[in-house]
Design a protein around this ligand. Structure first.
Ligand SMILES: [Zn+2]
Length: 253
């Protein structure tokens, strides 16, 4: 039998399987993203002191199976790990559920995820302590996209050296470029562009580099930027996230 391993984990998604089992997707600090099955979860409260459900932050004990199948989850303990509990605050729940789904969509299995785990953990902690805000949402999106290799660039034109509105150069965000094109470079290009205000560009640049812990208190970039990043994420993950409509209703841009 495979050796039992353990890893600190945040449950991203969980679905009942049959009467007693549960299938989960979890982001772990030590072992990357894992898909696992917890057998007899409802009957054995001892082994699973906290239910395995989205937002659960647990030490996960598991055994691997051959051929990359779902791991067998043997135990889950919550001691010593920060609890992420949105309570009955619907805006917190909506943004947290969106963070979990975005992580599930952008993070592949089989790669080192320690930095992504640290980012998600810090973002959920900040959310549960201080509440939902568009700035926290944007900082999380920008940082997770960068970690996943889809870093957005709001510093200047992707194709030429043009930088800054001060020179009278105007920019638009082009989804397929993952950043800005100046008016000159955009001319003759088939890709449309989304105009972002100078204020939004400035805030996006700030939120991208600030620690996630201080992002929530900042001014957010405006609705133009929220729409642009939504479009980019849908383009990148090739679908619209299920949690997005609820987030938009709970935390309007
Ligand atoms: Zn240009």
């Amino acid at each position: 039998m495979a050796v039992e391993e353990r890893a600190a984990a945040i449950v991203l998604r969980a679905n009942d399987y049959g009467d007693a089992d549960r299938i989960v997707s979890a982001l772990t600090r030590e072992c990357g993203k894992l898909g696992g099955i917890a057998r007899g979860l409802k009957k054995s409260r001892g082994r699973f002191e906290r239910r395995l459900e989205p937002f659960s932050h647990v030490m996960l004990y598991f055994r691997r199976r051959p051929h990359g199948e779902l791991v067998f989850i043997t135990r889950a303990e919550s001691s010593g790990l920060e609890a992420f509990e949105p309570g009955d605050d619907l805006a917190k729940f909506a943004l947290g559920a969106y963070m979990l789904e975005l992580s599930e969509a952008l993070i592949r299995e089989g790669i080192d995820c320690a930095a992504a785990y640290d980012l998600l953990s810090a973002a959920l902690g900040e959310l549960c302590r201080n509440g939902a805000s568009t700035a926290l949402r944007q900082a999380f999106e920008l940082k997770l996209l960068r970690w996943a290799g889809y870093g957005l660039d709001f510093n200047g034109c992707r194709r030429c050296a043009a930088k800054g509105e001060a020179d009278g150069v105007r920019f638009a965000f082009v989804v397929a470029e993952g950043g800005l094109l100046c008016d000159r470079c955009r001319r003759g290009s088939l890709s449309g562009g989304l105009t972002l205000s100078a204020f939004s560009l400035e805030q996006l640049r700030r939120l991208a580099i600030l620690p996630i812990q201080s992002a929530g208190a900042q001014a957010a970039a405006s609705a133009d930027a929220v729409g642009a990043i939504d479009r980019f994420i849908a383009y990148t993950v090739e679908r619209k996230l299920r949690s997005l409509a609820f987030l938009q209703s709970m935390l309007p841009a």
